[in-house]
Design a binder for this molecule. Structure first.
Ligand SMILES: Cc1cc2nc3c(=O)[nH]c(=O)nc-3n(C[C@H](O)[C@H](O)[C@H](O)COP(=O)(O)OP(=O)(O)OC[C@H]3O[C@@H](n4cnc5c(N)ncnc54)[C@H](O)[C@@H]3O)c2cc1C
Length: 391
């Protein structure tokens, strides 16, 4: 591996760090732990922060200039994610729109679609959610059954999507729907559908943290306009698969940066209890610290490969496996080593002041499921990295 940040990268990092230092008035983890702020208030903070990022030119950085881009490299995108985590900045409100749909429109959309949707996506005027998964189609996404049938020039969509992140706040959803029941992959089409219309119902799903950031979306002959199909009818699978690969690598430096903050809190908590001298504690901490550095090195390897023009390889599955399982291990260790202080929800009396370990522990359960479960990642590593025989 040959990787070093260039002087330009370091200049970019310095400017961004200064900007974030001035803009992040209160760390995001403290906003989330504030009992006075409900879910709507937190979404409003994310919207405002996204607008500020957009005005400063930090969104869609690698998109063409006419769509707000500035020719950024994959390394600069990764530095952006890393610094956002380091600063504990509010995440953007339109995460899935910016990560998946924006690039899909730039690569596969019409000029009219780009003009209509991209500016409002960037400044968070319209929020998007992703309608891929269904009750019977998750890892095996091509089993999806939501169908779209022609109705004059347009289509009518009927079916159900589930685990729709941000569904309760979104204005639009990008949906994979079946336009041909015979052709498993070639019978899927990529639609852009407004949620505020007859025939669409969004129900919040309450998760174990107590919040309801996800939705189930029910379509009953909902209108999907022909001009809002991305690509051609039947091209949805191909578009969805290329779209899902766009963000690979961009977040590979973000998780180690987030873990740096969490580890600092764990070390501080153990120091306060006078536990840092215990050999068993030191060994457990050392393992966590070393593994975080291993994760950073793997992230840099991904960066090096992507920068030299290679397609993302199985190392992005190793990244995913490692960070998702590591974050479960880290919060389990904090629960064990810090006791009640870590087990109380952030903001409650007696909880650690700067860290909400309880929410982190509950959230970390989801990491091994979304964006390809651990079993699916292991299958990829087995086939593509280890070249194990398949049945
Ligand atoms: C926090 C969160 C946010 C999400 N946000 C969205 C969203 O915004 N939009 C969206 O469309 N979806 C979203 N999802 C859904 C997510 O994509 C699916 O949960 C994921 O693809 C797994 O599908 P499933 O839940 O149906 O589980 P299944 O695919 O039914 O899997 C069940 C179990 O079987 C295992 N398994 C499945 N296939 C294999 C195999 N071939 N080999 C070995 N083991 C296997 C899995 O690893 C898992 O343990 C989200 C999920 C979560 C948890």
């Amino acid at each position: 591996m040959d990787f070093a940040f260039t002087a330009d990268h370091e200049r970019f990092r310095g400017e961004l760090r200064d900007w974030l230092g001035a803009q992040v008035k209160r760390p995001w983890s403290l906003e989330c732990a504030d009992p006075a702020l409900d879910a709507d208030a937190l979404v409003a903070i994310r919207r405002d922060f996204q607008r500020a990022l957009n005005d400063a030119g930090y969104l869609g950085m690698d998109w063409p200039e006419e769509w707000g881009g500035r020719g950024a490299t994959v390394v600069e995108k990764a530095i952006f994610q890393e610094e956002m985590q380091r600063a504990d900045a509010p995440p953007v409100a339109n995460g899935l729109g910016l990560a998946l749909l924006g690039p899909a429109l730039i690569h596969h959309g019409t000029e009219e679609q780009r003009r209509r949707f991209i500016p409002k996506m960037l400044d968070a005027e319209e929020l998007w959610c992703q309608g891929f998964s269904e009750p019977g189609a998750g890892s095996d996404l091509a089993s999806l059954r939501t169908r779209a049938v022609p109705d004059g020039d347009d289509y009518r969509i009927t079916g159900q999507k589930v685990w729709t992140t941000f569904g309760p706040w979104a204005d639009w959803i990008f949906v994979l729907a079946r336009t041909d029941s015979e052709d498993r992959y070639g019978g899927i089409t990529f639609f852009l559908v407004p949620l505020d219309q007859p025939g669409v119902e969004v129900r919040g799903l309450r998760q174990i943290t107590g919040d309801a950031e996800f939705g189930e979306v029910f379509f009953d002959a909902a209108l999907a306009r022909r001009e809002h199909i991305v690509g051609e009818v039947g091209e949805g699978w191909r578009i969805a698969m290329t779209v899902l690969s766009y963000e690979r690598g961009a977040t590979s430096l973000a998780d180690p940066a987030k873990n740096d903050r969490y580890l600092a809190d764990l070390v501080a908590g153990l120091r306060e209890r006078g536990a840092l001298g215990r050999p068993d504690v030191r060994e457990r901490l050392a393992r966590l610290l070393v593994d975080n550095e291993v994760m950073r090195a793997n992230g840099l390897r991904t960066m090096a490969n992507l920068s030299s023009g290679d397609a993302p390889g199985p190392e992005s599955s190793i990244d995913k496996l490692f960070w998702s399982e590591y974050s479960q291990r880290l919060s389990d260790e904090a629960f064990d080593l810090l006791g009640a202080e870590a087990q109380l929800f952030g903001g409650s009396p007696g909880a650690r002041p700067d860290m909400d370990w309880a929410t982190e522990l509950l959230w970390s359960r989801a990491g091994t499921i979304y964006s390809g479960s651990s079993e699916i990642q292991r299958n990829i590593v087995a086939k593509r990295a280890l070249r194990l025989p398949t049945r």
